[in-house]
Design a protein around this ligand. Sequence first.
Ligand SMILES: [Zn+2]
Length: 397
Amino acid sequence: MKLPTDPAANLATLIRCASVTPAEGGALAALEGMLKPLGFSVERPVFSEDGTPDIENLYARRSGNGPHLMFAGHTDVVPVGDEASWTHPPFAAEIAKGEMYGRGAVDMKGGIACFIAAVARHVENKGGPKGSVSLLITGDEEGPAINGTTKLLDWAAAKGEKWDASIVGEPTNPDALGDMIKIGRRGSMSGSVTVNGRQGHVAYPLLADNPVRGLMSLVEALLHPVFDKGTRDFQPTNLEVTSIDVGNPATNVIPAKATATFNIRFNDTWTAETVQAEIHNRLDQAAKRKKYRTGKKTPVDYELVWRDRPSHVFLTRDDKLIDTLRGSIKAAVGKEPALSTSGGTSDARFIKDYCPVVEFGLVGKTMHMVDERVALADLETLTQIYQRFIEDWFEQG
Ligand SMILES: [Zn+2]
């Protein structure tokens, strides 16, 4: 039987499955078809929750005697956008000038295709890793991410699965393969501040209490001073005001309420709890200021609501994992990758609660864009990097 050793062939199969989130689109079935001949046992649990689409996921394990490496990723893809704008159809996996086109080519069916090819080559040439390898693949990374990785991790852990290290195959390289390993992420939280005022006539401001004036002081306090200057491993903490809403169509009416919404990306100077306390404190202090509220005796009457659960900041410190991956990258591309904590959140934020995790995959330039595509040469190089990593990581026991 021909093993799935060719990453381009694996990727073409996956791209031809139109798995736009939340649809499975045949992608997990295709993965199962590739993994079973390699000796993986494959399960495809479906998770549900009220108000969200049911999601099919995949957990595959090739059991051995030794440490347990988990590769994590997703087969769902973002919508294609304007299909007519694509140079090659988004689900055809056409190749032109050494590049394969298709939605998910880099984010992140390509990473999965390379990892499977790496394992297949190991199985073909060396009989497979002596430890255990598993793939934890969700169909819900680009969607609400509720019936995906978190539940899949809980489900697998409840069955007794334990992992020693994990690689997430998201496209981490900004320009060229080998640029960057992600070894952590900033935390993230969103909130909204609503100021309660008193509606009235603009010509009689003292009879009213304009909430926009109060909100200006509060927003100023959110933005200034800076939270920190960054740390050795992280960019400075940054807060962005994402919306200011009053919804008042009348120019002669002072409105009753005004709301500002914000998101903060915070580094390891903080925890979610200390960020929340800092923001509360800033707002309380600002509420007493009279800068924009001359003639008012009471502090600004505001409410702060935190949205969703916070994503916690994390930094992976695992020398075996990081150094082995660095070495594999250097051997393939001849340069040292940067270790970075930049960018948005990923499913690594859930995996870090179970085992050390890093992210390394393809070049992200075209992800989520029209004409998403990957160089065939990159598929081959990433496969070699993963293969070398698997050999060296298991070799160390
Ligand atoms: Zn992705």
